[in-house]
Design a binder for this molecule. Sequence first.
Ligand SMILES: NC(=O)C1=CN([C@@H]2O[C@H](COP(=O)(O)OP(=O)(O)OC[C@H]3O[C@@H](n4cnc5c(N)ncnc54)[C@H](OP(=O)(O)O)[C@@H]3O)[C@@H](O)[C@H]2O)C=CC1
Ligand SMILES: CC(=O)N[C@@H](CCC(=O)OP(=O)(O)O)C(=O)O
Length: 308
Amino acid sequence: MLMPSIFIDGAAGTTGLEIRDRLAGRTDLTVVTLPEDRRKDPAARAEALNDADLVILCLPDEAARESLDLIRNERTRVVDASSAHRVAEGWTYGFPELEPDGAERIAAASRVSNPGCYPTGFLALVRPLVRAGLIPADHPLTVNAVSGYSGGGKSMIAEFEGADAPAWRGYAYSLAHKHVPEMTVHAGLSTPPLFAPSVANTYRGMVVEVPLALHALPLRPSLNAVRSVLAEAYDGCPLVAVAPAADLIAIEADAGTDRLTLRVCGNDGTGQARLVATLDNLGKGAGGAAVQNLNIMAGLDPLAGLIV
Ligand SMILES: NC(=O)C1=CN([C@@H]2O[C@H](COP(=O)(O)OP(=O)(O)OC[C@H]3O[C@@H](n4cnc5c(N)ncnc54)[C@H](OP(=O)(O)O)[C@@H]3O)[C@@H](O)[C@H]2O)C=CC1
Ligand SMILES: CC(=O)N[C@@H](CCC(=O)OP(=O)(O)O)C(=O)O
């Protein structure tokens, strides 16, 4: 694709603006957005969607499905940042580092679904361990996570920047969060993890933690064995790092970047581990991941525009 044209549908939203920032000043592609008075006009969107080589959908799920219906040609390729197609047939999961052939599959795909922000942290920690046989597919995992409030888009930003915003709030207590199917499928699990998300009164950043009783796993791996599997899985991946264990981990650790940092903490004496991922919900959790997928699909420098 020579000098591809990229249309951002939803460019005025939280994720859309992040993507615009990352694409600003790039000379290897052209960026198309609609003016304020036409950005929700289906006719204007249809024209832009069909003219572009590649579109990035930064929309609520329903509007993302509508955009796909508006695409009437075989040429336009899509990166969807919404949660509408993460386990859908015909879609490639846009997490290049997750499987050995991940980037290759994304490069060849016409429809790529960006991962959710929480699943990005969870899957990065768990998928290599399932693949290596250290975590059995039916193991009942728990995921505790805290997101910055930009994770809820414009409406949550307005709420947390208004009066009486909480310092922290747990949610999804009915254990039916929309990210659970995505976590289950792409980790290769048969038992859905118990997902306990929460939101903190800070704009961006995310901590995703999987507590793991190593002594209860069939192979009883040491902390080092777990760390080695992760280090090998992400060897040569510039955005994903396996960092040393830490006793203090802040939600801001990777905020403002497109990095994803994994840590294997715990106590070999008790056989207990805390697997911890930090990322920016708007970085590797959304906008950074979309730009990374776009770069790979268009055959451009895979790190162009990313904040490493
Ligand atoms: N925020 C995050 O951390 C993450 C978000 N995502 C996903 O990315 C997508 C966008 O989220 P986010 O940016 O946070 O949400 P926002 O609410 O901040 O932005 C959504 C944008 O879409 C616009 N929009 C809504 N309906 C239409 C329509 N029919 N046609 C054109 N534009 C429309 C909205 O318009 P208006 O400005 O008028 O409201 C808004 O600008 C969602 O699917 C979300 O789940 C994924 C990972 C992380
Ligand atoms: C704090 C907060 O509310 N976060 C959102 C998830 C943000 C995100 O990952 O978006 P997708 O749903 O598109 O994956 C939530 O829990 O629904």
